[in-house]
Design a protein around this ligand. Structure first.
Ligand code: ATP
Ligand code: MG
Length: 203
């Protein structure tokens, strides 16, 4: 059964991909809003392995990012976390994520959730055509980025734009704050604040 109580003969599943270094409340609100508006049965969070857009940057090891994602999503019965990207060797490409989730859930209708900044990057890939056959894309608004899909140069008939409550939170800023000893309370879930300090991440 879904939040709206409708029964779907075909399960409706959201996929929320991200580096999640660390996961923050912007990610969680995005997933929650899309889940509500699209009447999803489940949202699968998929922490990336080596993210292709961030090859030039150092990224926290996958196991820490995975565990923070588990902690952040544990209390929501619809939220789950997948290891497909972190267990696949090499660089993470969204097309592989989609193929793996599709293979695991052949009966489902898939909705790939991204922020307004990430959707344009993903659509630039050569596999865009195949990705659009595997899933619908839902791009959520994000402070500081245009919500105008036409400006973003993405095929508007395959991508929806959804306005969500604005949370000007980024993992980059959470890492910077942690490094400087500034508070990250209420930007990330409590358990993630504690995980960061317990494991001395971002020092
Ligand atoms: P970084 O600053 O390290 O890039 P980030 O905050 O952008 O981190 P990512 O893990 O890169 O987080 O993002 C995962 C997905 O979540 C992307 O599709 C991104 O656009 C989306 N997203 C991240 N933060 C927000 C936010 N505050 N509002 C809406 N969408 C967001
Ligand atoms: Mg990002």
């Amino acid at each position: 059964p879904s939040a709206r109580g409708n029964h779907h003969s075909v399960p409706r599943i959201g996929i929320m991909g991200g580096t999640f270094d660390p996961i923050h409340n912007g990610h969680l609100v995005a997933a929650s809003e899309v889940s509500w508006v699209y009447d999803l049965d489940e949202v699968i969070f998929v922490p990336t392995g080596r993210p292709v857009f961030k090859l030039d940057k150092s990224v926290t090891n996958a196991e820490d990012r995975y565990l923070m994602t588990v902690i952040a999503t544990a209390s929501n019965p619809k939220f789950t976390v997948s290891r497909v990207d972190i267990d696949r060797p090499g660089v993470t490409y969204t097309i592989d994520t989609l193929r793996d989730i599709r293979a695991a859930r052949p009966d489902a209708e898939l909705f790939f959730i991204t922020g307004a900044d990430a959707v344009a990057e993903i659509m630039r890939w050569k596999d865009a055509e195949e990705m659009l056959r595997l899933t619908r894309f839902v791009a959520v608004s994000r402070p500081g980025y245009s919500s105008d899909l036409r400006k973003l140069d993405v095929p508007t008939r395959c991508v929806d734009m959804l306005e969500i409550p604005a949370l000007a939170i980024s993992s980059t800023d959470v890492r910077r704050r942690s490094e400087q000893g500034e508070p990250v309370w209420y930007l990330v879930p409590d358990g993630v604040v504690q995980y960061i300090s317990k494991h001395g991440l971002y020092r």
